[in-house]
Ligand binder design. Structure first.
Ligand code: ATP
Length: 208
């Protein structure tokens, strides 16, 4: 895995549906560090993560590392329904120039399900497969949006261990979650960065 030196985010502003939701977001993330994104429902955590991962443009600001340094996981979408668990991982590994899928199978307890088609997995098993994909990206910064949805207690623990191993290997993680993942991590509450509503330029025309 390529090591993260440090990701620096400066004065970032991001929007959802054309409406600014967060602005002035600044923070740093270094190799070995996990940062938990906190804030109430709807504040803009998903929007921020999508912007960092390059899925939507920033309104302003600077991100010191390119999206290619990041592996983004939001939900199990993107799984190939008719491919088996092992084939899904091999597919992703090939895309990212990696070979090993056994570690991902083992670490997310997917060994017994390796030959099952993705479409026949339970919600929690699909989520485990979605998260196992992180391991075959080889990318240093994991950007995770509510990664534990649908996971049972044992799977949350497996996930927590996988993140910790990633950190020990010099990786970093930015995680939007409402729950305690069971390991030491820093927190970033994005509430203070809520965008100030702007005046609508066309107000006069619209209501004239
Ligand atoms: N497609 C969309 N078009 C317009 N507004 C949207 C769209 N999707 C989300 N929003 C709004 O953007 C704001 C930020 O949403 P976002 O999903 O980033 O919040 P969040 O902090 O991740 O919330 P949660 O904790 O509930 O997951 C919310 O007010 C939401 O209603």
């Amino acid at each position: 895995m390529r090591r993260v030196m440090e990701m620096v985010v400066e004065n970032l502003a991001c929007a959802r549906g054309g409406v600014p939701v967060l602005e002035g977001v600044s923070f740093g993330l270094r190799g070995g560090q996990a940062l938990m994104l906190r804030g109430p429902n709807g504040i803009g955590k998903t929007t921020l993560l999508r912007t960092l991962a390059g899925l939507q443009p920033a309104l302003e600001g600077r991100i010191s590392v390119p999206p290619e340094a990041m592996a983004y996981a939001a939900h199990a979408d993107g799984l190939k329904a008719t491919l088996s668990v092992a084939e899904n991982l091999a597919f992703w590994a090939r895309i990212f120039g990696q070979r090993d899928v056994d570690t991902a199978l083992t670490d997310f307890n997917l060994g017994d399900l390796a030959q099952r088609q993705a479409q026949n997995l339970s919600a929690g098993q699909k989520r485990r497969l979605g998260l196992a994909r992180l391991l075959v990206t080889g990318r240093p910064i994991w950007v995770l949006d509510e990664p534990t949805v649908s996971l049972d207690v044992a799977s949350v623990a497996l996930f927590g261990q996988a993140v910790q191993r990633h950190l020990e290997g010099g990786g970093a993680a930015l995680i939007a979650t409402h729950i305690d993942l069971g390991f030491e991590a820093d927190e970033l509450d994005v509430t203070p960065f809520r965008a100030v509503p702007r005046e609508i330029d066309s107000f006069d025309e619209a209501f004239a």
